[in-house]
Design a protein around this ligand. Structure first.
Ligand code: 45D
Length: 321
């Protein structure tokens, strides 16, 4: 029987527990635009007391410089208006430009805007703003999340902002090459995962920990797919490679343990849990995640899903099927 992505998505479905991350984002989505901006400001500054993102490098900031310079020159009212348009995903020139940014450029843009707000150059919160009770509800929900989940909520809200350019096709201007993140620690070279000996899996982690995306891609079948957290599968070598260059650079992957089962057709399904660190926060934030692999009888990766775990208890949730 040929493998299908639809069936691969369901491997180990009995170990999937609803994540509090989409639930928190759903609460956020119900807020008015001004409340959303206020929530992000309070959540970000509150979080900043314990963890702060690393400053984006000059090369990455340069990609957002045009928009940032325009915003710096605006009046406080105009600045607030631009932020509202971004949060509203409005179809305006600035919101379109932002929509073409890569995930990391979007984060760098807001990082810098946050700095300008702290310096009083950009208005943090609309003048005359009155906080609605809903903001407090989302802030309380956010406090209950662990740090890895909190930064995921922030990241996903930022990624969703700006005009949705996906229907417009690629930007007319050439996409900017994605600057590399500096690695905080030397990559782990020999990967050991309790309960796992599958070469494709060990090779995948080893390659990813060295940003060797071509080596990682070579482990996939040509029709293979990678499903990032809360997203649809990305199918085929070219699409996966593009995604990895944009979003998987500088990650530290520390798988701990896993289970592996051979299926009647000779393919294998494996579930591995562990911790991933993003270059934005380095060793200060660990994200508890699971990888669910489907390996074909020839030892190639047909499918891998990356899931954010609902709680640290899920690190041990490695039941078969
Ligand atoms: O609106 O095996 C202000 C894959 C107020 C690859 C603000 C992976 C106003 C394959 C404060 C200014 C990648 C899938 C906003 C594995 C306002 C693979 C600013 C997994 C917005 C394992 C807010 C990788 C700011 C994972 C500046 C799970 C917010 C990676 C900044 C996860 C937030 C990475 C930042 C995460 C968040 C990174 C920098 C969750 C970064 C989060």
């Amino acid at each position: 029987m040929a493998l299908s992505i639809e069936s691969a998505q369901n491997i180990f479905s009995n170990t999937q527990v609803p994540s509090p991350i989409p639930a928190t984002i759903a609460l956020f989505d119900q807020l008015s635009v001004d409340d959303q901006l206020a929530y992000l400001w309070y959540a970000y500054t509150e979080m900043g007391k314990t963890i702060t993102p690393a400053a984006p490098g000059a090369a990455r900031l340069q990609l957002a410089e045009g928009l940032l310079n325009q915003i710096k020159q605006m009046s406080k009212e105009e600045q607030t208006q631009v932020m509202r348009e971004l949060a509203n995903r409005a179809d305006t020139p600035i919101s379109r430009s932002y929509g073409f940014f890569s995930v990391n450029t979007k984060l760098a843009f807001w990082y810098e805007l946050g700095e300008l707000m702290k310096q009083g150059i950009v208005a943090p919160i609309p003048s005359g703003y009155q906080m609605s009770p809903g903001v407090q509800v989302v802030l309380e929900a956010t406090k209950k999340l662990d740090a890895g989940q909190q930064i995921t909520v922030l990241r996903n809200t930022v990624v969703d902002m700006g005009f949705d350019t996906s229907a417009l096709g690629p930007s007319s201007s050439k996409p900017a090459a994605e600057p590399a993140f500096k690695r905080s620690a030397p990559p782990v070279t020999s990967v050991k995962i309790e309960g796992i000996t599958e070469p494709a899996v060990l090779g995948y982690i080893e390659a990813m920990n060295a940003d060797k995306f071509d080596a990682a891609i070579a482990l996939f079948t040509p029709d293979g797919a990678l499903q990032p957290p809360f997203q649809k599968p990305i199918v085929g070598h070219e699409a996966i490679a593009k995604y990895m260059r944009e979003e998987a650079q500088g990650l530290n992957m520390m798988p701990k343990q896993g289970i592996s089962e051979v299926l009647p057709d000779g393919s294998k399904q494996l579930k591995i849990t562990g911790v991933v660190q993003t270059p934005w926060f380095g060793v200060t934030v660990g994200m508890n995640i699971a990888w669910r692999f489907l390996i074909n009888p020839q030892g190639k990766i047909f499918f891998v899903a990356i899931d954010m775990l609902a709680s640290p208890q899920e690190l041990m949730n490695l039941r078969p099927v």
